[in-house]
Design a protein around this ligand. Structure first.
Ligand code: HGY
Ligand code: MN
Ligand code: MN
Length: 409
């Protein structure tokens, strides 16, 4: 199969058009899952796929499947895709690149009047980011058999709105039972969101696996009291306790270089008043490592350390594990298909393990799966300054197109 190429200008134009939806003042995008902006991003994607002759279906968790027919309808589809929801101050390319490069694959196959043996599908997974509704990657998790549908549909955001209600409100509660949908293989193109490829001056990352992570919610309860008359030594200050624990979370990541990670990204202080000692603090923990045994040890040691710290600070503590995404290795034949496409196209490449979680981790539970990375500027992501160049988007899409063609025949 000759090395088919995508239309770089058309791909870039679609990325910039999507970037207008939920555009933020410093160049990023904010399209939180299941908000009106999420719908405003989904609707044009569905329209663009229908304009390419695809049939579009939506499942009960809002996952979208755009299907381009193949010569042999009995074959399972070769699929690709990613997510359109973003972090609150997200970039233009996290997730979106994988979705719109999939659309560009459909458009390029149509331009070349290629009829593949197997159908080709482009998917959008609902709520990959998990910042409004926990867990992250919840809908691909249901698709991959990690969660029952109601476990995700019943989750509520900080305003008490449920996933299921919001999914219906934006019109994407589909008829198809989530998971009743088989793929022959699944590929996800994504920006690396880290510094490795750029530092190594590689154009493509052949992703062999994804590191694991565990998310916890922590609630600390001390005692509201007056900031003036209350002596320092008698306070039960939940903010002080939280500050000590943030240090322990960061230390947990630093204690296992180079892959260990520890982050506190969200904190809610109650009653959140300048002159009242905080009696209650809610915060999140995100710990990561590529080795499952090390990840388990990190998490166990950290939970013990923060419970000891709570005691020393005379506050009550409640910890809840909200996500456990185990480290995985991708399917060797899918990794090989990506490798052969990259080598045929002549791109500088290297094998990498993903530091970020992706829907592909959940899909790899039910279909042979692998990922393709391209670098992003300074490895920065989950930041409005997330940036790639048009030719980098083209490179990733060319690898995706040829890996899909290899399998779809
Ligand atoms: O948290 C992650 O790794 C992904 O961005 N949801
Ligand atoms: Mn992503
Ligand atoms: Mn992300």
């Amino acid at each position: 199969m000759r090395n088919l190429k995508v239309d770089s200008q058309r791909l870039w134009a679609s990325l910039m058009e999507m970037a207008e939806i939920g555009a933020l003042p410093h160049g990023g995008c904010g399209r939180l899952a299941l908000t009106d902006l999420d719908r405003e991003g989904r609707d044009p994607f569905v329209r663009w796929c229908e304009e390419e002759g695809c049939t579009v279906t939506v499942d009960s968790l809002g996952n979208i499947f755009a299907r381009r027919p193949g010569r042999d309808p009995s074959r399972k589809p070769v699929a690709t895709g990613s997510h359109l929801d973003t972090q609150p101050h997200g970039g233009k390319f996290d997730g979106v690149l994988g979705v719109l490069a999939g659309l560009e694959v459909l458009r390029s196959l149509n331009d070349a009047e290629i009829e593949t043996e197997a159908p080709v599908e482009v998917c959008v997974w609902t709520n990959e980011e998990g910042c409004r509704f926990t867990p992250s990657m919840g809908s691909s998790g249901v698709f991959g058999g990690l969660y029952a549908p109601e476990e995700v549909l019943e989750v509520r955001d900080v305003d008490g709105k449920s996933f299921g209600e919001e999914l219906s409100r934006i019109g994407y509660a589909g008829a198809e039972a989530c998971g009743d949908h088989v793929f022959e293989t699944f590929y996800e193109l994504h920006i690396e969101q880290g510094p490795i490829l750029e530092a190594a001056k590689k154009q493509v990352g052949i992703v062999t696996g994804v590191q694991g992570f565990r998310w916890y919610d922590v609630v600390l309860k001390g005692q509201d009291a007056h900031a003036g008359p209350t002596p320092m030594e008698v306070r039960r200050d939940a903010m002080l306790a939280a500050a000590h624990m943030v240090e322990l979370v960061i230390q947990a990541g630093r204690a296992r270089p180079p892959h260990g990670r520890g982050t506190v990204g969200h904190m809610r202080v109650l009653p959140n008043s300048r002159n009242t000692i905080p009696g209650e603090v809610h915060f999140t923990i995100d710990v990561r490592h590529p080795d499952p045994a090390v990840l388990d040890a990190m998490a166990a040691e950290l939970l013990q350390a923060i419970c000891r710290s709570a005691e020393q600070d005379s506050v009550d503590i409640e910890t809840t594990e909200v996500t456990h995404s185990a480290p995985i290795s991708f399917d060797e034949s899918c990794v090989a298909a990506v490798r052969s496409a990259v080598e045929r196209l002549g791109y500088a490449h290297m094998d990498v393990v993903s530091g970020a979680g992706h829907d592909a981790v959940n899909i790899s539970r039910v279909a042979p799966t692998s990922m393709i990375f391209i670098p992003c500027a300074n490895g920065l992501s989950h930041n409005e300054e997330e940036r790639i160049e048009p030719e980098q988007a083209e490179t990733g899409a060319n690898v995706l197109l040829n890996a899909i063609l290899d399998r779809a025949g």
